[in-house]
Write a protein that binds this ligand. Structure first.
Ligand SMILES: *Cc1c(COP(=O)(O)O)cnc(C)c1O
Length: 374
């Protein structure tokens, strides 16, 4: 086999037709309005509220700032229990808020925070849980809700991978006190950079809106020490155009995941994400787990093999956040406390996954993987 002439990356952002995007731009030029609750921003907020089937949504400049705002809006203090098996932003947001992240190990099947271990991590200083719907797989929301209620903790969900995920027809943003979505270019739905917070109470949405605009109530009153977390009209215009393409993109990705599953389905040592009945998937990533003992070669070996053929996969999530230099000395970060996360972090590989990926390309990628074991 020859390497691909053009590099194949793990994802390709959804690009709207330039003519479609231009219509929104023309509107912005006519209105001469660029930020602070512009018409396009408000329109996108409305459309996303409906699409995600949630009560209230507030757009933000990116998902990380949205997380910071969520922690402020809920007045979180002390310690926050989270997962080490996530993107750096989840844990950094806790740290940047002057809070202490407490790592909790993950479930070996769902790869989300293991609710059975959350209670053991609670101390008198714990005030919140920040779970992540990793790869768009819903967390055990019911158990987490019970634990939070029992111990009077807030729950902030990181749903950066879970745009459009539903549990029995219920939007994923309806669980916990606040849910964060990221609209970064690499996410299925994007605004180039962007994000949103979702909540159930109007009061909380108003507080979030205040916090993302410096806490400015009116021209003469600043009532909270806020930040600049606003989404501008150009981002929102991208969002409106991309939103029209999301369902089509998801359909294409579903087909791609079916091809991957046929090609790699019967290979000893390669496993997929668990089948979850009653769940509408986000199709954010296509993840395989490589068990070195059973497959014969390691995840890192396959990653390097694919690179030789110009295929650039990603080790989501390696390294674990708990192994970053500046977190690794935390008591909860010790590898013996996080055996499952440390194991899985060395097994997962995110394969190329985007609507325009061709069937022929998928088959070659799978062939490279299959032949790598020889
Ligand atoms: C993308 C991502 C974020 C951060 O979102 P940004 O919009 O890039 O700031 C947070 N958490 C997870 C799990 C993500 O994948």
């Amino acid at each position: 086999m020859k390497p691909f002439k053009k590099a194949i990356y793990v994802t390709k952002p959804v690009f709207p037709k330039l003519e479609k995007f231009s219509v929104n731009l023309e509107y912005i030029w006519k209105a001469q309005w660029l930020s602070n609750n512009g018409k396009i921003h408000n329109q996108l907020e409305e459309k996303l509220t409906e699409y995600l089937k949630v009560p209230y949504l507030s757009l933000s400049t990116n998902g990380t700032i949205a997380l910071l705002i969520a922690l402020k809006a809920l007045d979180i203090k002390g310690q926050v229990i989270t997962t080490p098996f996530t993107f750096a932003a989840t844990v950094h947001a806790i740290k940047w808020s002057g809070l202490e992240p407490i790592f909790c190990d993950i479930d070996p099947i769902s790869m989300n925070i293991n609710p059975k271990l959350i209670e053991k991590a609670i101390t008198p200083r714990t005030s919140a849980i920040l779970p992540v719907h990793v790869y768009g797989t819903p967390c055990d929301v019911n158990t987490i809700k019970k634990i939070a209620k029992k111990h009077n903790l807030k729950v902030i969900y990181d749903a950066a991978h879970a745009f459009g995920t539903e549990i029995g027809g219920n939007g994923i943003g309806n669980y916990g006190d606040i849910t964060m979505f990221s609209f970064h270019a690499t996410k299925l739905f994007h605004t180039a950079e962007g994000g949103a917070l979702v909540c159930k109470e109007k009061k909380l949405k108003e507080k979030v809106d205040l916090l993302k605009n410096f806490g400015i109530e009116n021209e003469e009153e600043v009532i909270l020490p806020g930040i600049n977390g606003k989404m501008n009209e150009l981002q929102a215009a991208m969002g409106l155009s991309v939103l029209e393409l999301v369902d089509g993109e998801r359909k294409k990705r579903r087909k791609i995941s079916e091809i991957y599953k046929i090609e790699l389905g019967n290979i000893e040592g390669i496993d997929f994400l668990p089948y979850m009945p009653n769940i509408k998937k986000s199709y954010q990533y296509f993840i395989i787990r490589i068990n070195e003992k059973r497959f014969g070669k390691s995840r890192d070996y396959i990653y390097e093999e694919l690179k030789k053929y110009n295929v650039f996969t990603r080790k989501y999530f390696y390294p674990l956040c708990s192994n970053f230099d500046f977190y690794k000395n935390l008591q909860s970060a010790r590898a013996e406390n996080l055996p499952i996360a440390n194991t899985i972090s060395n097994q997962v590989l995110s394969l190329p996954f985007y609507g325009s990926l061709k069937e022929e390309e998928i088959r070659i990628i799978c062939k490279i993987i299959k032949e790598s074991r020889n």
